[in-house]
Design a protein around this ligand. Structure first.
Ligand SMILES: C[S@@+](CC[C@H](N)C(=O)[O-])C[C@H]1O[C@@H](n2cnc3c(N)ncnc32)[C@H](O)[C@@H]1O
Length: 205
């Protein structure tokens, strides 16, 4: 990690610390308003892990579903650059993407990250094939539909990482765990790292 990346990660970690202490909670704001204000980050352990995995790939095409304010995009963008690859990250909220873009510029990663605003399923449909790494971290009812949409676009050996498989868990991630285990060409393991990561590898044939 170079100095610019470390400085940007430090800034995110400071904001994470403030959010854990109640930043974004104001009298009268709804749970939904709060959710749209805070980072909802994968956190540093998952950040390290996805960076290590993605860096081990050869010139990977990385796809992140759920940019939010761009924390995990820094970890994955750094991996893309180090491994000679590229990254696309997808987010519904344009104001979150603007923040994420600004942080990526500060980290010196603008050249490797393609920020897309819109619905994940529509954007996946327009992506070329040859995806090597996917981080699934959007609303949980989208996990199974996004899995179905990305599967035909994966390169052999591609890795899919799904966050929040243990915390908060719930029926949508259970459906996702069932779906990856039922898919004939996926081998999958649940790792009790941070909020719980389902890590799947695509092995066709
Ligand atoms: C948990 S946050 C992502 C956190 C981010 N990966 C990080 O670690 O910094 C989930 C994000 O997914 C976005 N999202 C939810 N459904 C989406 C969809 N259908 N298409 C694109 N983005 C979506 C939400 O707006 C939210 O910002």
């Amino acid at each position: 990690m170079d100095d610019k990346i470390n400085a940007v990660l430090d800034a995110y970690h400071e904001r994470i610390r403030q959010e854990e202490e109640g930043y974004g909670v104001t009298p009268g704001n709804s749970a939904r308003e709060w959710r749209d204000t805070v980072l909802l980050p994968v956190g540093p352990e998952t950040g390290q892990l996805i960076n290590i995995i993605a860096r081990s790939l050869d010139a990977p095409n990385i796809l992140e579903l759920g940019t939010s304010y761009g924390y995990s995009a820094i970890w994955l963008g750094e991996a893309a650059r180090a491994a000679g690859g590229r990254m696309t990250t997808v987010e519904l909220a344009d104001y979150k993407t603007e923040y994420a873009k600004d942080m990526a510029a500060k980290a010196g990663l603008s050249d490797v990250i393609d920020f897309r605003v819109g619905d994940a399923l529509e954007i996946i449909a327009g992506l070329p094939d040859r995806i090597d790494f996917v981080l699934l971290d959007l609303w949980k009812d989208m996990y199974v539909p996004c899995l179905e949409a990305v599967l035909p676009k994966l390169n052999p050996g591609a890795i899919i990482v799904a966050d929040n498989m243990i915390t908060p868990g719930g029926p949508n991630v259970k459906a996702y765990a069932d779906a990856v285990r039922a898919a004939p060409n996926l081998r999958s393991i649940l790792l009790p790292v941070a909020a719980g990561l389902e890590i799947s590898v695509y092995e066709p044939g």
